[in-house]
Design a protein around this ligand. Structure first.
Ligand code: GTP
Ligand code: MG
Ligand code: ZN
Length: 345
């Protein structure tokens, strides 16, 4: 603690394994976490993530920072991989808009969009859909795809643009004006980094061509990084997602499928599963063609996924809630203690 000079609130701008970068006083500093994180953290959620506000102490003449507390998060975007109850991976913190980026080329995939929308709603932020590569898609096809996206993302703002020609980019710029922080989410090759560079007005990060045969990306971006835009907005660029399961709560699922929720209000039974019950308004809409079979299939599939998780997480939830409370009071104690030490007390 000898060279502990001062305490500051900094912003985590990059993270690669346990090497962090924080933004402090108009510059980026390399940062590590204090030893207590290693000893005390119970899950990945206890570690800092890009977008976190953290308390740091400076070392090495102010050239290095040590993170000793993560301040409470307003939102947290999580990714859950398939398989045994692995810990959810936090992707970004305190993001107000989650931009789901999808190319209008072969990258276009409604099932993936529906999945990412659930995660975006669950984060506590607001999802926005960004369709890129408009220049590669005939107008008629763009119109058809826009219609399908609108049905898959009821109530969600949709941008349609080309990062190459620049068409439509100004609207995204406007949506981020005034310091809005967003996070780009999407599969590899969707055009996330290309859009970031366009918004930044410079080659802030490298991009990579997609494979000719199937338009798949090459996972060019390998870590998460927060960039400041000239207009005041902030973008967290992320590596392309390979696999994405929906998260526990189920709330994001209901919000994402609000069209089905509205219909379900007309079902005879409150707990109607819209499979074979009599008086099911959802199935009536299906037969009338106002709801697509694919949409209902997606809903059932994602619901089964969250239900399976809920069964396993009921107990876990109770433990987590308890631990959260404990962690919070412990964090408050840590901060007081660290402050006392800094004052030389
Ligand atoms: N024609 C056209 N090409 C685009 C557009 N946006 C991105 N691309 C191209 O798509 C390819 C992939 O773009 P990236 O920005 O690297 O994709 P990414 O989503 O960041 O991919 P990862 O970093 O691998 O997750 C590059 O060759 C880009 O030039 C666009 O609007 N129009
Ligand atoms: Mg990228
Ligand atoms: Zn029903």
């Amino acid at each position: 603690m000898k060279d502990l000079k001062a305490e500051f609130t900094a912003l985590v701008t990059a993270e690669q394994r346990l090497a962090y970068t924080v933004w402090l006083d108009g510059r980026e500093l390399p940062a590590t976490v204090a030893g207590k994180f290693m000893g005390e953290a119970v899950s990945r959620l206890d570690f800092p993530v890009v977008g976190d506000d953290v308390l740091v102490a400076l070392h090495d003449g102010g050239e290095k920072a040590v993170i000793y507390a993560v301040l409470p998060r307003r939102t947290i975007l999580l990714r859950k991989a398939a398989g045994p109850a692995k810990d959810a991976q936090p992707l970004a913190a305190n993001v107000s808009k989650v931009f789901i980026v999808m190319g209008l080329d072969d990258n276009y995939n409604i099932a993936r969009l529906e999945r990412l929308l659930v995660a975006a709603w669950d984060s506590g932020g607001v999802p926005v859909v960004v369709l890129t590569k408009k220049d590669l898609c005939p107008d008629l096809e763009v119109a058809v795809k826009l219609g399908a996206v609108a049905r898959a993302a009821p109530g969600v703002e949709v941008f349609c643009l080309s990062s190459v020609s620049g068409e439509g980019v100004a609207l995204v710029e406007a949506a981020l004006a005034g310091g809005v922080r967003c996070c780009f989410l999407g599969s590899s090759g969707a055009g996330k980094t290309t859009l970031l560079n366009r918004l930044a007005g410079r080659a802030a990060a490298p991009t990579g061509a997609v494979r000719e045969a199937d338009a798949r990306g090459r996972h060019t971006t390998t870590s998460r990084h927060l960039y400041f835009l000239p207009g005041g907005g902030q973008v967290i660029d992320t590596p392309g997602i390979r696999e994405f399961c929906v998260e526990y709560s189920g709330e994001g699922l209901e919000t994402s499928f609000s069209d089905i929720q509205v219909l379900a209000a007309g079902c005879r039974f409150k707990n109607c599963s819209h499979v074979s019950e009599p008086g099911c308004a959802v199935r009536v809409a299906l037969e009338a063609g106002t709801l697509s079979h694919a949409r209902l299939r997606s809903y059932h599939k994602l619901r089964r996924e969250t239900e399976r998780q809920e069964l396993g997480t009921d107990l876990k939830k109770r433990v987590m809630a308890k631990r959260k409370l404990k962690n919070f009071s412990k964090m408050a104690r840590d901060i007081t203690e660290a402050k006392r030490k800094l004052r030389g007390g």
